[in-house]
Design a protein around this ligand. Structure first.
Ligand code: F6P
Length: 536
């Protein structure tokens, strides 16, 4: 039997095993957890036992995770459908040297980083100013990977924020840029156009809007623009001075790009030193990932738990539940990271997958989610593996009592999911409330929790820049390992193309310059209704 088939059989065999039973084995919590850089990953509240773990590790070995990992770190072109290396790790290992096509890429990485640092120092010290004085606000215009990473990071590192206010515009919906710019003074605002390709329609449309807005108040709007892109020719055509263009190479995937120029808004907000602390945390996770044995390797273990739940247990979604308000944007960030990377339907060689690819990822910070969707997680008919995360310490020492409540809620949820409440326990509760007979039975049944619902918990010391960098790098590598095990290319995103093409083709139908010949009846009717509403 193949390892894959053994794992499928194992999943069937243990499907109804109560999780609590696993804790009859002494020291389960200790042996089903691992630690790196102060991050403790506890996966003991899952249905993985020693035999399953051995099989999962054997699967990772069989699928060549170690070799592929080395190929990634050393600059091999593992993004095979685009013929590109995958080297976001180079952006945070600035001392290293990595060859792509025989040339060391690191001197250019270091030079761009140094230029970002110099620009950040100048802006933060008031040496680079707007045409109305010191820069008070920075507007990052970008979408997807050119938005989600820095937006998440600026919020995550709010306690370290001592630079200009940062705002993020992503949506092509004019409401987004309108509402952000409405509160700002063009003469003291820096606009950053963040786009790897510098062709993304949403970003370029918003950039034009911002330039018009800037021109209403300053004589030289382009002087208050910066660009983050791989496309130097296009940033020049837009009129942005090369001194404020921070370039990077095609081996940085959009959703992996916050460590380099795409992180400029964060660097301006928190300063280069704090930014570099984040890089150092991520680099430490890289070293751990590259060297730790699989059984102690956090990204590998996270991936194996994910593969177990999705591919073998058949749980289609994964909830990410940070008990950390400042990680509010992490679920959205992970949606792109995980679903754009591993939402594929064919293997690297183009063959149809015979199993499911990546799961649906979603989530919200606790405790807010508890008062919204946890009902379904506890009592719904579907099993949803939950990934809890929480810091041992908060940043507000005078609110330590609130932090204690936060942690208590986090731990209580994973306990409740595992423990559940039996019908007998529910009957007891109803009896104590004075109910009896058929009404007691009916009411008790609504109060049963099936329990044995799997979860993991990531406990970290405090959301410092280092810890934040390590958490994001942990998830990046987890996605990588899952992709290797699934045999797919985690670094392309062809699935976003069709909608983009059709949107471009539909614009003339909506403005009436095309009759939309060949379009389906539904799309044409909706377009006609739009035109009618416009008076067209
Ligand atoms: O459409 C998807 C995508 O290509 C993402 O992968 C990327 O992060 C985003 O668009 C933005 O792309 P760009 O940085 O080139 O504007």
């Amino acid at each position: 039997m193949t390892i894959w088939n053994k794992l499928s059989a194992q999943a069937e065999a243990v499907r109804n095993r109560p999780l609590l039973e696993l804790f009859e084995i002494e020291a389960r919590a200790g042996s089903f957890s691992a630690e790196a850089g102060g991050l403790l990953f506890d996966y003991s509240k899952t249905n993985i036992d020693a035999e399953t773990r051995d099989l999962l590790i054997a699967l990772a070995e069989e699928r060549g995770v170690a070799a592929r990992r080395e190929a990634m770190f050393t600059g091999a072109k593992i993004n095979e459908t685009e013929g590109r290396a995958v080297l976001h790790t180079a952006l945070r290992n600035l001392d290293g040297s990595v060859l792509v096509d025989g040339a060391d890429v690191m001197p250019a990485v270091r030079e761009t980083h140094a230029r970002m640092v110099a620009f950040a120092h100048d802006l933060r010290a008031g040496r680079f100013t707007g045409q109305g004085g010191a820069i008070t606000d920075v507007v990052n215009i970008g979408i997807g990977g050119s938005d989600l990473g820095p937006a998440m990071a600026v919020l995550a590192l709010a306690p370290y924020h001592d630079g200009p206010r940062c705002h993020f515009v992503s949506n092509v919906d004019g409401a987004h840029i309108h509402d952000i710019l409405a509160g700002l003074n063009p003469a003291t605002t820096l606009v950053i156009v963040a786009s790897k390709t510098f062709t993304t329609i949403e970003t370029m449309t918003n950039a034009e809007t911002a330039r018009r807005w800037m021109a209403t108040k300053v004589s030289d709007p382009a002087a208050q623009f910066a660009a983050l892109s791989t496309a130097g020719d296009k940033t020049a055509a837009f009129g942005i001075d090369p001194s404020r263009v921070f370039g990077f190479e095609d081996w940085v995937g959009g959703r992996y790009s916050m460590w380099g120029p795409i992180g400029l808004s964060l660097m301006l907000a928190v300063g280069p030193e704090t930014f570099d602390r984040m890089l150092a945390g991520a680099a430490a996770m890289d070293r751990h990932f590259r060297t730790a044995p699989f059984a102690q390797n956090l990204p590998v273990l996270l991936a194996l738990v994910g593969i177990w739940h999705n591919q073998f247990c058949g749980y289609a979604t994964r909830a990410v539940l940070p008990y950390e308000q400042r990680l509010a944007r992490l679920p959205a960030y992970l949606q792109q990271l995980e679903m754009e990377s591993n939402g594929k339907r064919v293997s690297m060689d183009g063959a149809d997958l015979s199993y499911h690819s990546g799961p649906v990822v979603w989530g919200e910070p606790g405790t807010n989610g508890q008062h919204a969707f946890y009902q379904l997680i506890h009592q719904g008919t579907r099993v949803i593996p939950c990934e809890f995360m929480v810091g041992a310490e908060g940043h507000e020492p005078d609110l330590a009592h609130q932090h204690l409540l936060l942690v208590a809620n986090c731990l209580a949820q994973s306990e409740a999911l595992m423990r559940g409440r039996s019908l007998d326990e529910a009957r007891e509760i109803m009896r104590a409330k004075g109910l009896e007979g058929a009404e007691l039975e009916r009411q008790a049944r609504h109060r049963v929790f099936p329990g044995s619902r799997p979860s993991t918990t990531l406990l970290y010391p405090k959301l410092t820049p280092e810890t934040f960098g390590a958490i994001v790098a942990l998830y990046e590598h987890r996605v990588f390992v899952e992709g290797v095990i699934l045999g797919i290319n985690s670094f392309d995103q062809w699935g976003v193309e069709l909608g983009k093409e059709l949107a471009l083709a539909l614009a003339p139908v909506l403005d009436g310059s095309s009759d939309g010949a060949g379009k389906d009846g539904s799309t044409l009717r909706l377009a006609a209704r739009f035109r009618a509403a416009q008076g067209g």
